[in-house]
Design a protein around this ligand. Sequence first.
Ligand SMILES: Cc1ncc(COP(=O)(O)O)c(C=O)c1O
Ligand SMILES: N[C@@H](CCCC[NH3+])C(=O)O
Length: 415
Amino acid sequence: MDHFEYRNGQLHAENVAVADIARAHGTPCYVYSRATLERHWHAFKDAFGAQPHLVCYAVKANSNLAILNLFARLGSGFDIVSGGELERVLRAGGDPGKVVFSGLGKKVPEIRKALEVGIRCFNIESEAELDRINAVAGEMGKVASISLRVNPDVDAQTHPYISTGLKENKFGIEIGRAEAVYVKAAAMPHLNVVGIDCHIGSQLLTLTPFMDALQRLLALAERLQTQGIKIHHLDIGGGLGVRYQEGQAAPSPADYMAQLFTDERLRQYEIFVEPGRAIAANAGILVTEVEFLKMSEYKNFAIVDAAMNDLIRPALYSAWQEIIPVVPREGETATYDIVGPVCETSDFLGKERDLNIQPGDFLAVRSSGAYGFTMSSNYNTRPRAVEVMVDGDTVHVVRQRETLDDLLRGEQVLP
Ligand SMILES: Cc1ncc(COP(=O)(O)O)c(C=O)c1O
Ligand SMILES: N[C@@H](CCCC[NH3+])C(=O)O
């Protein structure tokens, strides 16, 4: 459930009519619900009960400062993958002491900045990265807290582009090598081994792959113990899936944790999670206006003003997201492909959708709060959409629509 519901014949975001938002702020427009974001964050937090834990929101899912700030106020941790994301967390008032730094290509300045502000832990993805972080920490006279992101070789049963825990994926350190690499890390003067990390993929709708990965992590932690390497926390990554489609069943954070904690061995560790999608996806919609209808014998197209540059998930993963009218009309529907103005055949938001629409109508693409705006681009020199957050009766613009001047800033012709 989320806070986007029909009331009095039209779609509302919390207490505000979405059509009013679209008229006031233009389209395409991302609309987020504060109450939904907070509720989804609390669902993770509450699922832990008294167990020591840290919810590290995965910033990549939606990195708008206003959203990060909401979570910072709730005391959240953050999972970052770049110096840019670290900067966002700091500007949003996040506690650097609750930041974990994932990602497999950390550059020296990014590592330096992370050490300077005192992040909680580096999730290390290769032996070469271990050497680099040890060297940078050494130069700075610091000790970096680290965990290894291990690749447990389990099939997350999700789209191949967002599966990360198979041995052929670029992520993490092969579980068979992990013990040797931990021994090496433990002997490095500027590293402090504190945890084990893994993240096996995104949009997981079954819990079995998480359990399989966890068993392998727990076994590794026990082997390390016998080597005298004490593991303080287990970071089980993000990846919990959400319902994009009616009838799809997604486990709740409570189901997820209940399942994990069936293994009592887990209780001796502080548990970190890095959820992104499960918190943000169903807390946002993308609102777009129908520009033209193009009907033919073969196919009907609704050409809308949002495109693959605004929301790339359908083009990139053939992802299915629900598309609904903001103010539904009575009467007959027709079947449309909902397409944007970008010059690519893959520029669609949805295919074969039954709708009763006219030019000028607003449509909402649901479940767009995660991997929507953050994956947007300026392709076809299209300025990025405006983002607003609804808080009860109030609409806050949390990122202005980009202007062409913003978009062109920094480009120069030859003298
Ligand atoms: C290391 C890491 N942590 C957390 C996440 C967040 O994943 P999700 O949005 O599926 O929860 C990702 C993205 O898949 C990731 O790569
Ligand atoms: N961007 C992907 C998820 C990738 C998660 C990042 N590791 C999606 O929209 O489904």
